[in-house]
Design a binder for this molecule. Structure first.
Ligand code: AMP
Length: 292
């Protein structure tokens, strides 16, 4: 039997399947409650909020950094996706993370790899329609990470609202023994949702991009005042986005937060979903309406 030792240094940084399995086995043997935070790196406070949520209920936190090629379309930003390895590692060390798993693509997708997860129905509309294959890639890599790091809890951001539904459904449908936690969207002080892609924005574009959260706030305010018609809420978002000169809108939708089907009337809950392009940069954001 191989001996199991928890790594002496924090974070332990590993890049192979063998090492990550060994480290997690040691953590399990030591009776740790394991939290997993999957990321694509270029870490910001949104990611770190997930780490803190894990620390709050787990005794061992693993962060993965992997820019997953299968979730990028052929004309998307895989090659130029920001990579800030040393800064990420420093931030994770400051957060007292136990394990960082940062594999190369070939470790996750060795030659001959050809098995994919067929994602659930929630993957079809909105981002699924705009980014064919995206959620297939997400579901596949997340399932692999859940196998490699059999955690008690995994933490995801509401920022990627549709992704959280896809993952929750996959976990339920495939009986995966893991609890999914969804954490609130972390924003810049001026309202822009934090995203690794925000670094692509020029100062002018960044100012325009503020219209996304402002538009969502304006629709949220209408909803608070009792507006129940989705078209009115959508128009409120669109107006602010139009005024900012953003012309490429993938979608502005008011949908059921469980099924993502478009709503005809907003009763107790709804999610307003937005995806736009500001210059070359695709940005998403959302707002969850919850009435008592
Ligand atoms: P990414 O590195 O963009 O794949 O994101 C990794 C995780 O961080 C996902 O679960 C995201 O939803 C989450 N995340 C990204 N941005 C934010 C944010 N602004 N607030 C909260 N969570 C976020």
């Amino acid at each position: 039997m191989t001996s199991v030792h928890l790594p002496a240094n924090k974070p332990a940084v590993v890049d192979s399947v063998a090492e990550v399995r060994q480290t997690i086995a040691a953590a399990r043997a030591a009776g740790k409650i394991i939290g997993l935070v999957p990321t694509m790196g270029a870490l910001h406070e949104g990611h770190l909020s997930l780490v803190r949520a894990s620390h709050a209920e787990c005794s061992f936190t693993a962060v993965t950094i992997f820019v997953n090629p299968t979730q990028f379309g052929p004309n998307e930003d895989l090659d130029r996706y920001p990579r800030t390895w040393q800064a990420d590692l420093d931030a994770l060390a400051r957060e007292d993370v136990d394990l960082v798993f940062a594999p190369q693509a070939a470790e996750i997708y060795p030659p001959g790899f050809s098995t994919f997860v067929e994602p659930p129905a929630a993957a079809a509309p909105w981002d699924g329609a705009c980014r064919p294959g995206h959620f297939r890639g997400v579901a596949t890599v997340v399932l692999k990470l859940f196998h490699l790091i059999p955690a008690d809890f995994a933490y995801f951001g509401q920022k990627d609202f549709q992704q959280t539904l896809v993952i929750r459904r996959m976990v339920a449908d495939l009986n995966l023994p893991i609890n999914i936690r969804v954490c609130p969207i972390v924003r810049e002080p001026d309202g822009l949702a934090m995203s690794s892609r925000n670094v692509y924005l020029s100062p002018d574009q960044r100012r325009s991009a503020l219209a996304i959260s402002r538009g969502l706030n304006s629709a949220a305010e209408l909803a608070r005042q009792g507006e129940q018609r989705p078209d009115k809420l959508i128009a409120a978002v669109r107006q602010v986005i139009d005024e900012a000169g953003i012309t490429q809108i993938d979608y502005i939708a008011v949908a059921d937060p469980e099924t993502l089907e478009p709503l005809t009337v907003v009763e107790s809950t709804a999610v307003i979903l937005v995806a736009v392009h500001v210059g070359q940069t695709r940005l998403i954001d959302n707002y969850l309406i919850q009435r008592d």
